[in-house]
Design a protein around this ligand. Structure first.
Ligand code: KG4
Ligand code: ZN
Length: 357
């Protein structure tokens, strides 16, 4: 085999993912086990349960990806795995598994930063040259950065408190959306997106924009979260609903909340774009915004983003939803980019450790 092939392994949160990609960005094999249903039943991610599920599934997922690809470990150029950031117990499973495979078969190991992998996935699908602006919105993060090189990112701003996906998940739980049969298996963000389609986004007010006094690109979601909870409490009093019943105003609450949340992200994004412009960080005419992370699957959010991009002279690049949520493909691709550029290969596999923060 003359073609380079990299296996990527992801276990930073609640998805056990593995995939093999080639240097052109073709996905040769892939497998994914999502723990979503378990966590929905438990009312959230419980770290030791997430770890146990990763342990239970990892060898099967890696084997399936290799079988899909009709490959054996010895055919691989390198193995990449997420070592940061993430939940420590979860990160350990994939990192340990990958290191063992590398040592056993004498294959190079490439440690991967989960957020950098999200940021670079778009380059697997279409031509996106450095430097570009990247917005990541997921269950664990919200951040805006300039991607300058494969391994060089300039952070412009991040959330000072909660992550947007985390808040969407909590609101969906508070609204008991799982009790609606059509939404019972969806992530919180997806359930809110679907129900919001039947709602009025102007029905509930969320007051001042978070952080409007701060001249930076940070994000904040805790204020919006407190406001939606107050709205829900008031609505529950007004409507006198049964314990497991969904509020009649749930669709309006979802639509209004989504509008406020995405509006906030877009305002901070716009500030970031003005800053990039002022500092001439990205040449005019070549400005691209790449979005990723689970929240970037939201079609309503994508519409808002396309408006901001049109106004600010950016081309919007959205990878397909499957590549926005956590998966092994993005880890394999980041590994491949590093392998091709000759950067980031571990010199001493034993010295590699996880870095949860
Ligand atoms: O990137 P991801 O798969 O995992 C993390 O690294 O966090 O993102 C998961 C998050 C969850 O909070 C989920 O509710 C949210 O992404 N999400 C969405 C949508 N699909 C998933 N949020 C809004 N709209 C969606 N369609
Ligand atoms: Zn992620």
């Amino acid at each position: 085999l003359s073609q380079s092939l990299v296996l990527g392994i992801e276990t930073s949160c609640d998805d056990t993912g593995a995939a093999i990609v080639d240097s052109k960005g073709n996905i040769i094999g892939e497998a994914l086990h999502s723990q979503l249903q378990t966590h929905l039943e438990m009312g959230g991610i419980i770290p030791p349960i997430a770890r146990d599920l990763h342990i239970e599934n990892i060898s099967r997922i890696v084997e399936t990806a290799l079988q899909n690809a009709d490959l054996e470990i010895k055919d691989l150029s390198a193995i990449a795995a997420t070592v940061k950031p993430g939940m420590p117990l979860s990160l350990l499973v994939g990192t340990h598994f990958a290191k063992q495979l590398c040592k056993k078969s004498n294959i190079p190991f490439i440690p991967i930063h989960h957020m950098e992998a999200h940021a670079l996935t778009a380059r697997m699908v279409e031509k996106v040259d450095f430097p570009f602006l990247v917005l990541l919105a997921s269950g664990g993060h919200c951040l805006l950065a300039v991607a300058n090189k494969i391994d060089e990112f300039l952070l412009l701003g991040e959330s000072i408190d909660n992550a947007p996906g985390e808040v969407l998940d909590k609101v969906a739980r508070r609204l008991k959306l799982r009790n609606l049969p059509a939404f019972s298996t969806l992530s919180g963000g997806k359930a809110i997106e679907e129900l919001a389609k039947q709602g009025d986004a102007t029905a509930f007010e969320f007051g001042n924009q978070p952080m409007y006094k701060y001249n930076d690109c940070s994000f904040s979601f805790s204020g919006l979260r407190a406001k939606i909870h107050r709205h829900v409490e008031r609505e529950e009093k007004n409507h006198n609903v049964e314990a497991d019943q969904v509020l009649p105003s749930a669709a309006n609450l979802c639509a209004s909340f989504q509008h406020a949340l995405f509006g906030h992200i877009c305002r901070r994004l716009q500030r970031g774009m003005l800053y990039v412009d002022m500092k001439q960080m990205i040449p005019e005419g070549a400005r691209k915004l790449v979005v990723s992370g689970g929240v970037a699957c939201n079609s309503h959010f994508r519409k808002y983003l396309s408006i901001v991009c049109a106004e600010m002279g950016y081309t919007l690049v959205c990878p397909p939803p499957k590549l926005c949520t956590d998966n092994g493909i993005m880890i394999a691709w980041n590994g491949m980019e590093k392998w091709t550029a000759g950067v980031g290969v571990a010199k001493d596999i034993d010295a590699i450790d996880i870095e949860p923060k």
